[in-house]
Design a binder for this molecule. Structure first.
Ligand SMILES: [Fe+2]
Ligand SMILES: [Fe+2]
Length: 463
């Protein structure tokens, strides 16, 4: 009988060293455009480390990438002593890095700046090869196999359990696995099976869409070839994958044609909304996944809880996006990149975005229902809700996970009647078909498709 495996997982720490500037006009501007907390990252990371250290029984911590804000060497140098608090306390850390952690020529991501007053100055960058030197003590030193091209590695966590730490960032034009890497992965799965070990994996980019709209508006943020790759992995024997990057808290499930289950446990950014980590226990019978948040962190919280504080920061960004959609399209296209909508995608949709941006401020569900002839479907309890407030909440809910508006709720009934009426004629024409399917995906984003995003028990497959 094997001992159960227990571990924590944190992701998207995006650590921002204060030496990069935390005051002045340039910082304020960056901070207001940032969905994640910026000056607070060190305090938040420390609070989670304290909480994990209190649990003396759990000896393993996984870190799923994007450990620094934009690959500033100063941020990496500051983060390492924080992570050593785990290893000094006898815990083992298994870490992968990702796209935000190093520089690629011509790419703004990974090209750090130092902010002073209203000016930006270049900060020390980190090259991809330096990441190995910096972080080898957090996992790689224990590797039983290493795929050098991708920096992926496999470790034996304890008797009976192996973990594949899969780096998927490549050259950033394709965030996925190369043919050679895929062969290596399948080889590692086979070896684990031969040894009778349970094997699961961690990679940075989401491998199943964390919300129905995600892969439609930002397929480039998914693991490259996610659909075929997850089928291949699931059919080879991987049923559990941990991911980050989307900054959303979601658990996705796929069942392949061959009947194999595959779970993507996508965890929100530690320094964003919702701030959360996972605690996982695996034994012969089942996999238990829990979500945990710290009670506070060492910062002037202005009387807010961690949830309220991170949500307020998150909403700066949403409000600016919605205002820009109505009043300043160039700024909108600029901001849209932060939620992974490419410039050219935004400009393609310029007219409808501006029209909708302006309308969102004045349309209520009641007025939209009347205009579109679906008044009967608008319950009095929701008729005065303004579209913009609904969108703001929808975005927050999508990141938060366990979205609450199921098909039998008045809000869903009203919104779906409106979206159906709009998308029906659009779906008939080739030119507008994409908008219709986007609206249908938007509808499905109001509620959580099973499983639960926070607490989940998965019965293990009998072998
Ligand atoms: Fe990322
Ligand atoms: Fe991230």
């Amino acid at each position: 009988m094997l001992l159960p495996l227990n571990f924590y997982l944190i992701t998207d720490l995006h650590h921002y060293s204060h030496s990069l500037g935390v005051s002045g006009e340039a910082f304020e501007k960056k901070d207001k455009r940032e969905q994640l907390c910026l000056a607070e990252t060190g305090a938040i990371i420390d609070a989670y480390i304290d909480k994990i250290l209190e649990d003396e029984d759990t000896k393993i911590v996984l870190v799923a990438g994007d450990v620094s804000n934009n690959g500033a060497m100063e941020s990496h140098r500051e983060l390492i002593p924080k992570l050593r608090r785990f290893t000094n306390a006898g815990k083992r850390v298994f870490l992968i890095t990702a796209t935000h952690d190093y520089y690629v020529e011509g790419n703004a991501v990974g090209n750090p700046v130092r902010l002073e007053g209203d000016r930006e100055y270049p900060a020390e960058r980190t090259e991809r090869e330096q990441l190995i030197e910096l972080y080898h003590e957090f996992g790689l030193d224990e590797a039983i196999a290493f795929h050098s091209e991708s920096h992926s590695y496999c470790v034996k966590l304890q008797e009976g359990y192996r973990l594949l730490c899969l780096n998927d960032d490549g050259d950033r034009s394709f965030c996925g696995y190369s043919e050679d890497q895929m062969r290596w992965i399948l080889g590692q799965i086979d070896e684990a099976k031969r040894a009778g070990d349970y094997i699961f994996a961690m990679t940075h980019h989401p491998t199943l869409p964390p919300m129905p709209l995600y892969h439609i508006i930002s397929n480039g943020d998914m693991l490259g070839d996610w659909d075929s790759t997850t089928t291949l992995l699931a059919d080879a024997g991987i049923e559990l994958m941990f991911t980050g990057h989307a900054h959303m808290h979601n658990i996705g499930l796929k069942i392949t044609e061959k009947g194999n289950r595959y779970y993507d446990v996508n965890t929100s950014a530690l320094v964003g909304y919702p701030s959360n980590m996972r605690k996982v226990r695996i034994d012969d019978e089942k996999i238990e996944i829990h979500s945990l948040c710290v009670d506070s962190f060492d910062w002037d919280m202005q009387g807010l809880t961690v949830d309220e504080y991170t949500k307020r920061h998150f909403s700066y960004m949403t409000n600016q996006i919605l205002d820009a959609a109505a009043d300043d399209f160039e700024y909108f296209a600029d901001l849209a990149e932060s939620f992974s909508m490419r410039h050219e995608q935004s400009y393609k949709l310029r007219k409808p975005i501006t029209f909708v941006g302006k309308g969102l401020r004045k349309w209520t569900l009641g007025s939209a229902g009347r205009l579109l002839g679906v008044s009967k479907k608008i319950d009095p309890s929701v008729k005065d809700l303004v579209a913009r407030d609904i969108i703001t909440e929808l975005i927050q809910n999508a990141f938060h996970g366990n979205e609450p508006y199921y098909p039998d709720t008045p809000l869903y009934i009203a919104v779906s009647a409106i979206l159906d009426r709009i998308s029906k004629p659009l779906s008939r024409f080739k030119k507008t078909k994409d908008i219709a399917s986007l609206l249908q995906a938007l509808k499905r984003s109001f509620y959580n498709e099973a499983p639960d995003d926070y607490e989940l028990v998965i019965e293990r497959k009998k072998v």
